[in-house]
Design a protein around this ligand. Sequence first.
Ligand code: F6P
Length: 537
Amino acid sequence: MKTTSLPTWKELAKAYESFQTKTLKELFLSNPSRSNELTKEAAGIYIDFSRNLWDSSIIEKLIALAKEMKLEEKRDAMFSGEKINKTEDRAVLHVALRNRSNTPIYVDGKDVMPQINEVLDRLFRFTKSIHNGEWKGKTGKKLTTIVNIGIGGSDLGPHMVTYALQEYKQEGMECKFVSNVDPNHITMVLRECDPETTLFLIASKTFTTQETMANAAIAKTWLTAKLGSDAVSSHFVALSSNIEKACTFGITKENIFPFWNWVGGRYSLTSAIGLSILLYIGETNFKELLTGFHEMDQHFKTAPLEENLPVLLGLLGVWYNNFYQATSVAILPYDQHLAYFPAYLQQGDMESNGKSVTQEGEAIDYQTGPIIWGEPGTNGQHAFYQLIHQGTKMIPCDFIAFAKPCVPLEEQHAMLWANFIAQQEALAFGRNASYLQEKGVDPALIPYKTFSGNRPSTAILAKQLTPRSLGSLIALYEHKIFTQGIIWNVCSFDQWGVELGKELASKILPVLSSNVKELNNIEKSSATLINYFLTNQ
Ligand code: F6P
């Protein structure tokens, strides 16, 4: 079923025809209570949607579309453990991982909560033993440096969260991440590690991912060369749903923390994949993170669509993506702690909704997932904001900020906030030529100094960056992605698009590494690159 052939879609297309000429200035002037009407709050997250090119009549139509696409029924199907990931025949239950109310959730007739709680308990016990020094390295020293080896969902989430929550770190703990197959990455990290105090977490759902397996093997060789082969059991643990493969790698069963095939990689940071986070911030803070996720999950599950933050954020994105034809969304956190948040969301969003066939396998002739990108403010202001303010493209922006700073530098935090507010004002209302004329600006420069305004932004706020507010913020985006996937009628939980490159790389690798000059099966264009590589060794 194509979304674009639905009556509610056609209604929206018609509404867009007349709405597209409206400006934010007019929208604010025509409705004095616009700010109030378009700000919503839930689970500690406050969103000001008012500087967006929509109003209650558009929202109503978008909600009608969501209802026609059966968003509520499909959301309920996810929460109740139905196999909504059709192409992989799997349930999608990251919400169960942080189900703090512990209500039963069934997959194939079996409640998954007992196994989740059991693994969580094991993770907590393990963390305690690392922190209190009961679990020691081979030479009897406390393990204080965590090296997470993983990629994609087995890296981006833990990396983003540990960086974001560094003010909450447990004393003495350090956390490092190796993801890239580029040998420089592991080399750079190992250079900074002491084998006697390093714990490696091999994080891979499948335990077959080339990059992770290669880096894990290097780490093992490095460790055993320094401490002997019997050091592996005290310095390596695995986080995986493939116990067999983790055992084959040489990790004993007691050192494997499992999760399940109904946890998608990019939704896995609250599974065993989050062990680096737990070790870094400790049990109490980790539980707070889970609670934040759970609060937003509950809100998404129960709030009416009109008040539902992830639903509204998702529908707003559809409005821009499909009617205004905006091709990207900028994620602009005004908090340096969230430096890795845009990269994390790139996988979350683009791997989920970067699809071009419907759930029924038909080719799609409308736009689906946008390009996600961004950098923390104010850095971005001095780099790419020029294009957002005066370029030819419409780029809806999510501005994220926290009222209270994590560090006691209030004056500088106010500077950050002044910029945060000013940028959204400038984007929305711009600066027109007549103002510049009045100010006596050189007429020749007026075209360059004019700001068209009418450029949309959403302010996403919380009181302070805490484990709990971060959990809610991440879940907000997860469910926004879900909402959009339903509207675009794509399967948001598979990622077949990453497979072809992997397959071809495995065909090319032997030619590069064994110097086999057999290029018959290789694409001509790739042969040029192979030749360049081989002749320049
Ligand atoms: O190649 C894409 C992908 O499958 C992601 O979806 C996943 O997060 C990542 O690779 C890592 O996979 P694994 O955890 O199985 O190593």
